[in-house]
Ligand binder design. Structure first.
Ligand code: PLP
Length: 392
């Protein structure tokens, strides 16, 4: 059982922020330190989605036949406004995986051509690239660079992986295993110089990084709104530059209605999450927007330092440009040095009611911690105590 300290009058709790845990509808007996993985919509946002679902069910025929197109387009305009992009270039997808699938399906790869992804790239995205490449006899090339590499080394790694055969370079805005912000504009410039298209995997960017998306120099950009922008799970936007249209993965009635509208209606399904996405964005804004992200970054730094101190770790060779609210903490030498150790380590932590991301990267073990609005500095002490118990 997780220890809960006594509540004080204005909502901040001694060692656990019960008010925010409740606002996010999280089990207070679990230590939640992995917001980046799947996000969580605050309770008010879930209620907004439930209200849309209920409205749809009360007259499903009219809701689906008449109301959905306008409502979904309006929700898309709201999401585009939040991201600072032209709504006609913003397409609804359910997640980055779906957006990547749409881009790859529209690519028409030929035998001998190449796709590039970084060694820090997301595993499921790499699988999608491998799948499309294998179907036609194309190849996937990896851009390799170590944790803690400088921007110059990172850009050079992607440039070296490119050749005249490269059709598409996938570059992460924030890497998943290593929580590193990559220099995507410079990588995009290098890829374009090689004649390749560029897809930015920005799964963790919305609500974490204030990017000018159209200025990154990419052909496609995909961001999840359900991680750090507090929208219901299944809300993501695929942006494509003018002239780089792609088709949706689900082809349906609005297919011929233009780039963005062709994604608005992937057939009959539950549109409540998209319709409530604006409530998530409003929640992010009401929490104080970028100022709040700055506070999460400070908390992440505190957490990283507390954890390192408690584990007797020196914080060296870490990402030079860490994600604001996600950080790596190295584990002691010899811990999590192979991938098959990761799941048992996760299970051991989860059995102790701690949710955090154990990582093995480049033969070294790390914890990827997060700092969300419901986290407090004490959370990282509790994590450290649990990890120490486990290692002992
Ligand atoms: C960098 C990166 N890309 C892609 C994804 C896949 O996101 P989704 O499961 O929402 O498609 C994730 C998920 O965490 C990710 O971290």
């Amino acid at each position: 059982m997780r220890l809960l300290a006594v509540c004080c009058c204005h909502g901040t709790i001694g060692c656990v922020d019960l008010v925010m845990l409740e606002a996010f509808g999280l089990d207070p007996e679990i230590l939640h330190l992995n917001h980046g993985a799947f996000g969580v919509a605050p309770v008010v946002v879930r209620r907004a989605a439930a209200a849309w679902r209920e409205r749809a069910e009360r007259n499903p025929h009219r809701f689906n036949r008449v109301e959905i197109p306008g409502l979904v387009a309006a929700a898309r305009e709201r999401a585009a406004g939040f991201l600072g992009i032209d709504p006609s270039r913003a397409a609804w997808v359910r997640n980055v995986s779906e957006g990547v699938s749409a881009v790859l399906s529209s690519l028409e790869l030929s035998p001998g051509e190449e796709l590039v992804i970084g060694t820090h790239g997301y595993g499921a995205v790499r699988k999608a690239l491998n799948h499309h490449a294998a179907r036609v006899g194309a190849r996937v090339i990896e851009a390799a660079f170590p944790v803690g590499a400088g921007d110059g080394v990172i850009v050079a790694a992607y440039a070296a992986a490119c050749s005249p055969r490269t059709r598409l370079v996938v570059v992460d805005r924030i890497t998943s295993p290593t929580a590193t912000v990559l220099p995507v504009a410079a990588v995009a410039a290098a890829a374009r110089a090689a004649g390749a298209r560029v897809l930015v995997d920005a799964a963790h960017a919305p609500g974490q990084l204030p990017d000018d998306i159209a200025a990154l120099g990419a052909d496609h950009w995909i961001g999840n709104l359900h991680k750090w922008a507090y929208a219901p799970r299944g809300s993501a936007i695929l942006w494509s530059r003018p002239g780089a249209d792609v088709s949706p993965t689900v082809l349906s009635w609005q297919l011929a209605d233009g780039y963005a509208a062709s994604f608005d209606y992937p057939g009959t399904w539950d549109y409540a999450g998209w319709l409530a996405a604006g409530d998530g964005l409003a929640y992010w804004e009401a929490l104080d927007g970028w100022a709040a992200v700055g506070r999460l970054a400070d908390l992440a730094t505190i957490g990283q330092e507390q954890l390192a101190a408690a584990l007797g770790i020196t914080l060296t060779s870490l990402p030079l440009t860490p994600a604001p609210a996600m950080r790596l903490v190295p584990l002691p030498d010899g811990v999590l040095t192979s991938h098959d150790q990761v799941d048992p380590f996760y299970e051991a932590l989860s059995r102790r009611r701690v949710e955090v991301a154990p990582v093995c990267f480049g033969g070294a073990g790390y914890l990827r911690i997060a700092a969300a609005p419901y986290n407090t500095p004490d959370d990282y002490d509790l994590l450290a105590a649990t990890v120490r118990e486990l290692l002992d």
